[in-house]
Write a protein that binds this ligand. Structure first.
Ligand code: DMJ
Length: 934
């Protein structure tokens, strides 16, 4: 069977090997066979230019790696803006993303095999010595099992694989005696306790020193993990088993995969994003190919390639069929619900799915790979980088970009499969953009916002592990690399594992396979090996013709969501169902359709309308399903809009005694005055202006001179207030909402608009605080008289000097935490009504009333005044231009007159006394702790 499979599609180019090896090599060779076929389409790139670009990649790598080694090593990662190492615990916590950091020189380990691919053998030898000398894998740190596996275990194994290759060549690494492998084994054993669950799915985190169970471990209480987290272990664990002969690793990884397979949703054959590691219940039932699931699919196919185990390919093919049936909506890949896979679960895509065209190439399904890749490239051309998430009409949903390599990975694989020089041009653009927008003097910095080009002080280790490998290999000829890359498979972190592992220590390979798959369905293999001789026999413009219609998909056509319309509707010639984005509450035809779908419109007293669906009242089951989808889309639209209305907030940080920077209030920016995102922060004592509304010349200029003036919202334009306090000598202003009880926790922030005239004369920074945040400052003034604040775009570190004068050091985490809790609890409000007709017109419902549950009535609320929140979008796209999010935000920004009388708020404001009382308790507790430690 294996031999027959190996021979199909690309068997002719497969060298003679043992059957298992043949399987592995066959799949890997799917990529090789395709090169150098392309003769038309994009102009070929000369060898000189490819070499030039390859050298540019080497120089960029030197810049990234050199700065890491010089300024950050032995820390886990480089902080390229402040040019220092990121040491966990010494920087403010970033949440889950920090779980990759285990104080084990992550970037160095993740870079090991990149050094060899880039022909830096000498540097590789030095790096291996450093790892062996400096890296400790026994730190008391809680790390992510997934990240530690793909980056550290994978990095050590990739390093080992290439170290033994070099040793065998006889020049470098002659001293090497499997030391990296021994470290990998040590780490493997450290990860094993995570698998101590009844399901066999691993806990998401583990303490490297104390494991899971010990009280010191500070982990082991989690109940959920992501599918990719549990399903992305097999390559590294099997390689570890096969390299060492210790079978336990491969067994554990197989067991986890077996469990996930058993838990797939049986009618759709899809898996959800998150699963309960104890019960095996799906916690998140949405399903896509991006974040949370991505590498689970990748590892099924690659496990087949590396291990030659049929069951992995069967599973992959079953999932792939489901993906192409439900999730793939070319060129889009849209999440759906596992139980109702015809229902889209989102109207946006995340950047991680950019790896998928590469995987499709390995699978041999080139056409959709070309389509999705081209769509992604158009998004990149618009924003220079792929935003972390973008909508179906290619607007930014999450604006960050942490220099992810997935798109470069797919570009490389597509070039290998098609030989089309177009993909070299794509690679060139990636290089140019990295140098132009992400390169900083001390490395490459992640983008905080692709729209503004602002940076984040972060250079993730995967940038060195993956990006440089794929970019270098894209332009390299076979002779530019000192070994044959085709003898290896790339892990999800682009670490290289040798294909010969398929024939080594394979005793466990069949132990846990499911018995369902003794016979293979041969039709699955029709797709397995792309053969360019068949793909492009008479049409050398094949790939170009697939790309061409997608060229303008982002810039010109502005499609509002290329969302699947049910095939049946097309087939029967029926009208496509009403989309939420098209709905207008004033259109009688739409109301009729709503009725048919079992959706009723309820007019609320406050002017809003509420949509409620009772599936049972629908005219037919198809109408009921349309209704469910309509409601789901409404909810999606609503949350998308709410998100879009939110702006990057500014910060008002109280820095004087006894706050010392621990209280950070979320503030809205102004469209005029000093832009705090571009300039240094402004620091000063606060003073209330008289009159408090700031609408006329101040009567107390001496009080606000050189200070930050507090002014109340209302009665005149924001700009007028700013001018009045500036004339009185204020160095900044804080406008406090007059709408009692309002808070940034519950109301979307907005920019304070100008007055329609030229506001260049306003030089001071102005920020807006909702009433709850403002009252914290006002209470502090009452209590302490002198209150100093810092106005900035981002909270600064607390002021340890001042703090030390008055109280013990508070580096302690628990105290930091309690300070944070206090800040947030002080902003808690009882929200009576979340909406005003002028603001976002739709509300998403809580999960419990999700319209995906047919038994329950589903409801969303809408404002009648603006019942079609995306009408504007349609109008602008009619003009042939996309509405930029920034423009939309500008349009949405409020003016002073837009006060909001319809919002009624609760009044549960925590008084300043109680905040301080809480703090005092914390400080006392901390003092006790310090004494104990001493
Ligand atoms: C990498 O660490 C791996 O590729 C992982 O599978 C998900 N993506 C990151 C980089 O974006």
């Amino acid at each position: 069977m294996s031999e027959a499979r190996g021979g199909r599609g690309c068997g002719s180019s497969v060298p003679q090997r043992a059957p298992w090896s043949l399987v592995a090599a066959a799949a890997a060779l799917c990529l090789v066979a395709a090169t150098s076929v392309w003769t038309a389409g994009a102009a070929p790139m000369s060898r000189e230019e490819r070499q030039k670009l390859g050298n540019q990649v080497l120089e960029m790598f030197d810049h990234a790696y050199g700065n890491y080694m010089e300024h950050a090593y032995p820390a886990d990662e480089l902080m390229p803006l402040t040019c220092r190492g990121r040491v966990r615990g010494q920087e403010p916590s970033r949440g889950d993303v920090d779980d990759a950091l285990g104080k084990f020189s992550l970037t160095l380990i993740d870079s090991l095999d990149t050094l060899v691919v880039l022909n830096k053998t000498k540097e590789f030898e030095d790096a291996v010595r450093k790892v062996l000398r400096d890296v400790n894998l026994d730190n008391d740190v809680v790390v992510s099992v997934f990240e530690t596996n793909i980056r550290v275990l994978g990095g050590l194994l990739g390093g080992h694989s290439l170290a033994i290759m070099l040793k065998e060549k006889g020049e470098y690494m002659q001293w090497y005696n499997d030391e990296l492998l021994q470290m990998a084994k040590q780490l493997g054993y450290k990860l094993l306790p995570a698998f101590n669950t009844t399901s066999g799915l691993p806990y998401p985190r583990i303490n490297l020193k104390f494991g899971i169970r010990k009280p010191e471990a500070r982990t082991g209480t989690e109940t959920d993990t992501c599918t990719a987290c549990a399903g992305t272990l097999i390559l590294e664990f099997a390689a570890l088993s096969r390299f060492t002969g210790a079978t336990i690793f491969e067994e554990y990884a197989r067991k986890a995969l077996d469990f996930l397979w058993e838990k797939r949703q049986r009618s759709s054959n899809l898996v959800g994003v998150t699963i309960n590691i104890h019960t095996g219940d799906w916690v998140r039932k949405d399903s896509g190919v991006g974040a949370g699931i991505d590498s689970y699919y990748e590892y099924l196919l690659k496990a087949y390639v590396l291990l030659g185990d049929d069951s992995f390919l069967e599973r992959f093919n079953t999932h792939y069929d489901a993906i192409m049936r439900y999730i793939s909506q070319p060129p889009l890949l849209l999440d759906v619900h596992i139980h109702k896979p015809m229902l889209n679960a989102r109207t946006w895509m995340d950047a991680l799915l950019a790896f998928f065209p590469g995987l499709q190439v390995l699978k041999g399904d080139i056409r959709p790979a070309i389509e999705t890749h081209e769509m992604l490239y158009q998004v990149i051309k618009k924003h220079n980088f792929l935003p972390e998430a973008f909508t179906t009409d290619f607007r930014v949903h999450w604006a960050q970009h942490p220099l992810r390599p997935e798109f470069a990975e797919s570009t490389y694989f597509l070039y290998k499969a098609t030989g089309d020089p177009y993909y070299l041009e794509v690679g060139k653009t990636l290089i140019e953009n990295l140098n132009k927008y992400a390169r900083v003097p001390c490395g490459f910095a992640a983008m905080k916002d692709v729209r503004t080009g602002s940076h984040e002080d972060r250079m993730d280790s995967f940038f060195l592990a993956e990006m440089f490998k794929y970019l270098y290999l894209l332009f390299a000829d076979k002779e530019d690399i000192i070994f044959d890359i085709e003898d290896y498979i790339f892990t999800t972190e682009a670490h290289l594992l040798p294909l010969w592992l398929s024939t080594t220590n394979q005793s466990i390979s069949k132990k846990n396979t499911t018995s369902e798959y003794t016979e293979l369905d041969d039709s699955n293999f029709d797709w397995t090996c792309p053969n360019t001789q068949i793909l492009f026999p008479n049409d050398p413009l094949y790939a170009q013709s697939i790309r061409e219609p997608l060229k303008n998909v982002v810039d010109k056509s502005c499609p509002r969501g290329i969302i699947r319309v049910r095939e049946e509707s097309f087939r029967s010639g029926a009208k496509p169902p009403l989309r939420a984005r098209d709905f207008m509450a004033t259109n009688p035809e739409h109301l009729e359709i709503l009725k048919k779908m079992g959706v009723s419109l309820i007019h609320l007293k406050d002017g809003r309308v509420q949509l409620v669906q009772h599936a049972i009242q629908a005219a037919s089951s198809i109408d009921a399903e349309d209704g469910l989808r309509f409601m789901q889309e409404m909810i999606e639209l609503s949350s998308q809009q709410q998100k879009e209305q939110q702006l990057p907030p500014r910060a008002v940080q109280i820095v004087s005694h006894p706050f010392f920077g621990r209280v950070v209030l979320t503030a809205g920016p102004a469209q005029f005055g000093l832009d705090l995102s571009k300039h240094k922060e402004t620091r000063g004592f606060v003073a209330s202006s008289k009159p408090y509304n700031g609408c006329s010349e101040l009567t107390n200029p001496e009080a606000v001179m050189g200070k930050i003036a507090l002014i109340q919202r209302g009665q005149c334009m924001f700009a007028e207030k700013a001018r009045n306090i500036q004339n009185a000598g204020a160095i900044g202003g804080i406008v406090i909402d007059d709408n009692e009880g309002s808070s940034s926790d519950t109301a979307p922030l907005f920019q304070m608009a100008g007055d329609g005239k030229d506001t260049d004369d306003i030089k001071i920074p102005m920020l807006f605080l909702f009433s709850k945040e403002g009252s914290i400052i006002l209470d502090a003034i009452r209590e302490y008289e002198e209150v100093e604040v810092l106005l900035s775009d981002k909270a600064k570190d607390r002021d340890p000097e001042m703090e030390n004068e008055e109280q013990p050091s508070s580096e302690n985490d628990s105290q930091n935490q309690s300070a944070e809790q206090i800040t947030s609890s002080s902003q808690e409000v009882d929200l009576v009504d979340q909406e005003s007709p002028e603001e976002s017109s739709l509300n998403s419902q809580p999960e419990s009333s999700s319209p995906t549950d047919t038994d329950n009535a589903a409801s969303v609320s809408a404002s009648e005044q603006n019942s079609n929140p995306v009408e504007n979008h349609e109008t602008t796209s009619l003009d042939g231009e996309c509405t930029d999010l920034d423009n939309q935000l500008q349009e949405q920004s409020e003016t002073e007159e837009d006060s909001n009388p319809n919002v009624s708020w609760g009044k549960k404001v925590q008084p300043i006394d109680s905040i301080l009382a809480d703090w005092n308790e914390d400080i006392e507790a901390f003092e006790m702790m310090e004494k104990d430690e001493l």
